[in-house]
Design a protein around this ligand. Structure first.
Ligand SMILES: Cc1cc2nc3c(=O)[nH]c(=O)nc-3n(C[C@H](O)[C@H](O)[C@H](O)COP(=O)(O)OP(=O)(O)OC[C@H]3O[C@@H](n4cnc5c(N)ncnc54)[C@H](O)[C@@H]3O)c2cc1C
Ligand SMILES: NC(=O)C1=CN([C@@H]2O[C@H](COP(=O)(O)OP(=O)(O)OC[C@H]3O[C@@H](n4cnc5c(N)ncnc54)[C@H](OP(=O)(O)O)[C@@H]3O)[C@@H](O)[C@H]2O)C=CC1
Ligand SMILES: O=C(O)C(=O)Cc1c[nH]c2ccccc12
Length: 475
């Protein structure tokens, strides 16, 4: 915590919350706070907004649940967007969202360590070149922060390219190749589909059971149907209806090597986070043999793979569609709120608030719908505390404390203190005597607040030359 020990780091005190991550979740919290007049600072490791969408997804990606389930709080998608917006459309929506709420993250700041300092009651958040501190920390680094690279024996021996889906852009790089795709979630299925467009021959590894549902059913989205039914019927019944609908539209997927789990699709998503595949065409290509389904891999060889059934095959490239993981355990220290996998221990809808001013957004296993829910809750909660500390806010920047002639409206001896941390000294019409009076009062008042926020001071732990105060406009 001591600034003097972090010699190369400057210190920044943030008056509002520190939000880690400028994806849809971090931006949603900042927007809801800004809407209530509370400033915040977003720290983002990359140089752009929604970096998962901009840098780590393939070109042909579209949202696979209808747009109104993917809206961020306070701003709808443009009316002319299709039901399933493309990746580019989603990115442009996120960019307009940030512009609308005047959100300007601090880019290229990777949070390497964050911890709560009991003595000061503040969170200390360290990036590669700054130590930020604040009363509140909002974790918005996402469920998909890092790729999962599986520990398959021999993987390092393979002589061809090995690419995780987070680095896959398009099948053009794999045209006419025989490709091993490890994993059969939404990424695995959609990458196989994309590879087929470039005349590649994908072999998709299915080591376990998987739920596949049609994305649409008679012009309605399966996800939308499920959400509507869940308003009236119990989860198990809705899951059974979804399965009937899947069999009706896709046939028996068991015969294709895609066994279904015993637990229904929505229940499985809620309990384990495993997303059902929403089919956009891969199943018909499996039926026609353009995508081959294989058993689990036993080991990777120099030129290909050996499977658990003893079969051996050569491949030109390997694509790992093996999913993602949270990175919270790498940087959030001594925290009992998260599991060792970096997910909140308390399940949805109560996982958004921890202790000592800690919040999490977007760890609900419910996609952007979960993000919107968390963000609204967090902004309400922080705003309540902010109001107690700073008084009610006015949305305009006008200051009602001064007359239009620039003198405090409140006469001496009470004109030294305004609202929201505003003070005046030397406007008493009593010369230096008035100045001395104001100065003593102001120093007492600010010191009281400082002590509450930073704990008792000793001259040894204050490096005032390293402290930069961030105070954002509240609009
Ligand atoms: C291919 C794909 C498609 C998806 N499609 C949908 C969909 O159609 N509908 C849906 O609801 N959900 C979908 N999702 C789920 C996805 O999680 C959400 O869409 C959304 O991106 C979540 O937003 P987030 O802000 O929580 O996380 P992210 O979008 O991952 O944003 C987190 C941000 O935090 C930054 N960050 C991470 N660690 C640090 C650090 N230590 N310091 C500073 N910054 C850091 C990252 O760079 C990133 O910008 C999809 C996910 C994937 C992978
Ligand atoms: N259009 C869209 O909107 C899309 C959305 N997404 C979303 O992104 C998120 C991530 O999806 P995705 O990238 O598919 O990841 P998932 O976690 O959903 O799937 C990972 C897959 O990899 C398999 N796997 C993991 N490790 C191994 C291994 N060692 N050997 C063999 N198989 C392995 C898993 O199998 P097992 O079950 O056996 O562990 C599973 O089939 C999801 O929420 C998904 O819905 C993704 C793509 C498109
Ligand atoms: O695409 C994703 O990753 C999502 O999390 C969206 C989503 C949230 N809940 C679901 C249930 C079934 C399929 C997709 C989702």
């Amino acid at each position: 915590m001591s600034s003097c020990l972090e010699e190369k780091h400057s210190r920044i005190f943030v008056t509002g919350p520190i939000i880690v991550g400028a994806g849809p979740s971090g931006l949603s919290v900042a927007a809801c706070l800004s809407n209530r007049g509370v400033p915040s600072v977003i720290l983002e490791r990359t140089d752009c907004l929604a970096s998962l969408w901009q840098k780590r997804t393939y070109d042909r990606l579209k949202l696979h649940i209808p747009k109104h389930f993917c809206e961020l709080p306070l701003m709808k998608f443009p009316r002319n967007f299709p039901r399933y917006p493309s990746k580019q459309q989603f990115i442009s929506y996120v960019e307009s969202y940030a512009a609308r709420f005047n959100i300007k993250p601090v880019f290229n700041q990777t949070v390497e360590k964050a911890e709560f300092d009991v003595a000061s009651g503040l969170w200390t958040v360290k990036t590669q070149d700054v130590v930020y501190s604040s009363t509140w920390l909002v974790v918005a680094t996402g469920e998909n922060a890092e790729p999962v690279i599986p520990d398959i024996p021999g993987l390092e021996k393979f002589t061809g390219p090995v690419v995780h889906t987070s680095a896959y852009k398009s099948g053009s790089e794999f045209a006419n190749q025989k490709v091993l795709v490890v994993g059969c979630g939404n990424s695995g299925m959609e990458v196989c589909l994309d590879l087929c467009r470039y005349n590649a021959l994908p072999h998709m590894v299915v080591r376990n059971s998987v739920h596949v549902l049609p994305r649409d059913f008679f012009g309605l989205s399966s996800f939308g149907i499920a959400m509507t039914l869940l308003k009236w019927f119990p989860l198990k019944l809705v899951d059974n209806l979804l399965l009937l609908l899947a069999i009706f539209s896709l046939g028996n997927t068991d015969r294709l090597g895609l066994r279904r789990p015993k637990t229904g699709p929505i229940e499985l998503k809620n309990v384990t986070g495993k997303t059902p595949v929403l089919d956009v065409g891969a199943i018909s290509l499996i039926q026609s043999g353009q995508i081959r389904v294989t058993q689990a891999v036993k080991e990777i060889t120099k030129k290909g793979a050996k499977f658990v059934n003893g079969q051996e095959m050569e491949f030109d490239s390997i694509i790992l569609a093996t999913g993602y993981k949270s990175n919270v355990p790498y940087w959030l220290k001594d925290n009992s709120f998260f599991t060792k996998e970096g997910m909140p221990k308390t399940p949805f809808p109560n996982g958004w608030k921890g202790e000592n001013g800690l919040y999490t957004v977007g760890f609900t296993r419910r996609g952007l719908l979960g993000t919107a829910f968390d963000a609204v809750k967090i902004a309400e909660d922080i705003t309540d505390q902010w109001m107690k500390m700073n008084g009610p806010l006015s949305s305009s920047n006008d200051n009602s404390f001064f007359t239009k002639e620039g003198m405090p409206k409140t006469p001496f001896p009470n004109g030294w203190k305004g609202e929201n941390g505003l003070y005046t000294v030397g406007f008493t019409r009593r010369g230096l005597l008035g100045t001395a009076f104001d100065a003593v009062k102001i120093a007492e008042d600010i010191t009281d607040q400082w002590m509450k926020m930073n704990g008792p001071l000793s001259s040894s732990n204050v490096c005032s030359s390293h402290i930069i105060h961030f105070h954002f406009n509240k609009s």
